[in-house]
Design a protein around this ligand. Structure first.
Ligand SMILES: NC(=O)c1ccc[n+]([C@@H]2O[C@H](COP(=O)([O-])OP(=O)(O)OC[C@H]3O[C@@H](n4cnc5c(N)ncnc54)[C@H](O)[C@@H]3O)[C@@H](O)[C@H]2O)c1
Length: 548
């Protein structure tokens, strides 16, 4: 096991040894004593990842509504693992461990760490002994064992269970423990509560833990902070006391005046809310896949169809699925619900009850494979083979104008085309490192990369994200427009063909090309294919008729 962690910037940090824990606790005790002297509440945030780092800063930025003075002192606690330890020293410099497009994130973390001194980070979980409130933001994953079959997957709640155990072993009996992690419904009451209760009893504590749940609705992008602080929250507690305490806490740290809380009777209801809202979203996206295929084969432009539907106020949230549905939440959350029904709640008829949620996830998880087919077909129509072709993917992230690559459809497009022998290149203005490829042997965890579902993936560790669009396009035989990033929306066909050095296959996965652009590509001798856009064939025939 290496004794150091490396940050994404390449800086190496030695993982603390056993003798560093006592001095670290002394540092924290001093800081906490000073904070208590100023009447601040002590909050420990467990897990300083995408959500926890920003949530910790939001809490640390809280001021007392009457005095205007900072009212919380926050300790971000992160396990000192080889993968994640670097987040602690980085945060303690006042630098955000997560890269966000939101301009509010960096200054907020710097302000809380360096100026207000209301935020620090540590590896010492003993800090839980000092807490008045603990917020749990560790991950809870759903691991799929087959591509396109979520039913054979399983929930991995090891990190959450460990965290709950450590919390139970350390916190004071009256500490509020708020689980924000998206969990399988039933987890707070039937998994976390028993773990904490057992730990309490072992310490001779007879009272019930003060345990609550309130899930995150954070959206990566330019509104990162707002999507946590200025957004509606749902919460609940295991006991009336826990419910009342979590409402008070969220009222203090979030903008609940403008975005009122919804308070549920039981945690399973708040947990289910998260799972259902994300399964709903995954379902309306998956449902358009079949109509996307229908459209491609019958001269229909689904982009125009869905935009025409969207004007109806009752249907305004219809959205086009692009090359599959990525992000951390939508691909997994339905799985947590499906799994919990059997493994937490004890029912055996899960496949009779759950028809739509698993199908939606399976459809979304494999839609990108069809984009790869279109690249193959586009090249074939130009008399070329995918094997050996230089293919450029434009956009590695899962949605427009963010650098988040988790479970992006683009990853599957690259993997399938690589399997088919293409020489892949990738450009993305927002992504510096595509870790799903560069570190596929260990990321998201050893043996869990999507690489395992395809042949010949080994060389993808060497694929680097290119930053100059013109250079990236040079020599391309096919270009895949995978994400609606701003720089791709107005690309001029004449420029693309000139930069590529000749006609190429252009595959539009996200309704990016205007009809005029499609027409121009055909006039320039290119082939155009697109997800859900069957009218392209008509444009092609028109151009053929008019071009000698
Ligand atoms: N990222 C999003 O866009 C998003 C949106 C809504 C909800 N959520 C939910 O929020 C939760 C957290 O997600 P995330 O994106 O922040 O995950 P993440 O993987 O970025 O962060 C989790 C962090 O917890 C740390 N951790 C794990 N075990 C620990 C332990 N025992 N003690 C201390 N730290 C520990 C990990 O090292 C990691 O840094 C998940 O349930 C997720 O589903 C995420």
């Amino acid at each position: 096991m290496p004794d150091h962690a490396v940050s994404p910037d390449g800086e190496t940090f030695a993982i603390p040894g056993p003798d560093e824990y006592a001095p670290e606790m002394e540092r924290l005790e001093r800081l906490v004593a000073a904070a208590r002297a100023e009447d601040k509440e002590i909050v420990v945030v467990m897990g300083v990842g995408f959500v926890g780092a920003v949530m910790a800063a939001i809490i640390a930025d809280t001021v007392d509504k009457t005095t205007g003075k900072p009212s919380k002192f926050v300790i971000g606690c992160q396990r000192p693992s080889v993968r994640s330890y670097w987040k602690i020293p980085v945060l303690n410099r006042g630098v955000s461990p997560v890269k966000a497009e939101d301009p509010e994130v960096e200054p907020m973390i710097a302000r809380c760490v360096l100026e207000k001194k209301t935020l620090t980070a540590t590896f010492a979980s003993d800090c839980l002994r000092l807490a008045d409130c603990v917020v749990v933001d560790v991950q809870c994953d759903y691991l799929k064992n087959d591509l396109g079959n979520m039913r054979s997957g399983e929930t991995d709640m090891a990190a959450l269970e460990t965290t709950m155990r450590v919390i139970g072993e350390n916190v004071s009996p009256h500490c509020l423990v708020l689980i924000e992690t998206t969990v399988a419904p039933g987890t707070t009451e039937f998994v976390a509560m028993p773990i904490m209760r057992k730990a309490f009893r072992a310490r001779g504590i007879e009272s019930e833990p003060v345990l609550a749940h309130s899930f995150e609705r954070v959206m990566p992008g330019r509104e990162y902070v707002k999507s946590i602080r200025d957004f509606w929250r749902v919460c609940s507690g295991c006991t009336p006391e826990a419910r009342q305490r979590v409402v008070k806490f969220l009222d203090e740290v979030l903008n609940t005046d403008e975005f009122p809380l919804t308070v549920m009777d039981r945690p399973i209801e708040s947990e289910t809310t998260k799972i259902v809202e994300n399964s709903y979203r995954a379902t309306i996206l998956a449902f358009l896949h079949e109509w996307s295929l229908f459209a491609e084969r019958n001269g229909v432009d689904l982009i125009k169809v869905y935009k025409a539907i969207k004007v109806r106020p009752t249907h305004s949230n219809i959205i086009f699925p692009g090359p599959g549905i990525g992000g951390y939440c939508l691909p997994k959350d339905g799985g947590l619900g499906y799994w919990a029904y059997k493994h937490v709640l004890g029912f055996e008829d899960q496949d009779r009850v759950f028809k739509i949620t698993p199908t939606a996830i399976d459809v979304n998880d494999t839609r990108a494979l069809h984009a790869a087919e279109l690249v193959r077909d586009g090249l074939r129509n130009m008399g070329r083979y995918i094997a050996g072709a230089r293919v450029l993917l434009l956009g590695a992230s899962y949605r427009e104008d963010v650098g988040d690559t988790r479970y992006s459809g683009s990853e599957l497009v690259v993997r399938k085309l690589t399997e088919m022998g293409a020489e892949m290149h990738v450009h993305d203005p927002y992504v510096d490192h595509w870790y799903e490829l560069e570190k596929q042997d260990t990321y998201p965890a050893p043996g869990r990369s999507l690489a395992r579902f395809f042949r010949n993936q080994e060389d993808l560790v060497n694929l680097r994200v290119e930053k100059d669009l013109k250079t990236a396009i040079e020599g391309a035989e096919a270009v895949v427009l995978a994400v609606r990033h701003a720089p791709y929306l107005d690309l001029a066909p004449d420029d693309v063909v000139a930069w590529a050095g000749g006609p190429l296959a252009v595959v539009d996965c996200f309704g990016i090309l205007s009809d005029a652009a499609i027409r121009r590509y055909f006039e320039l001798g290119c082939e155009v294919k697109a997800l859900g856009r069957g009218h392209i064939q008509r444009i092609k025939e028109e151009v053929r008729k008019t071009t000698p």
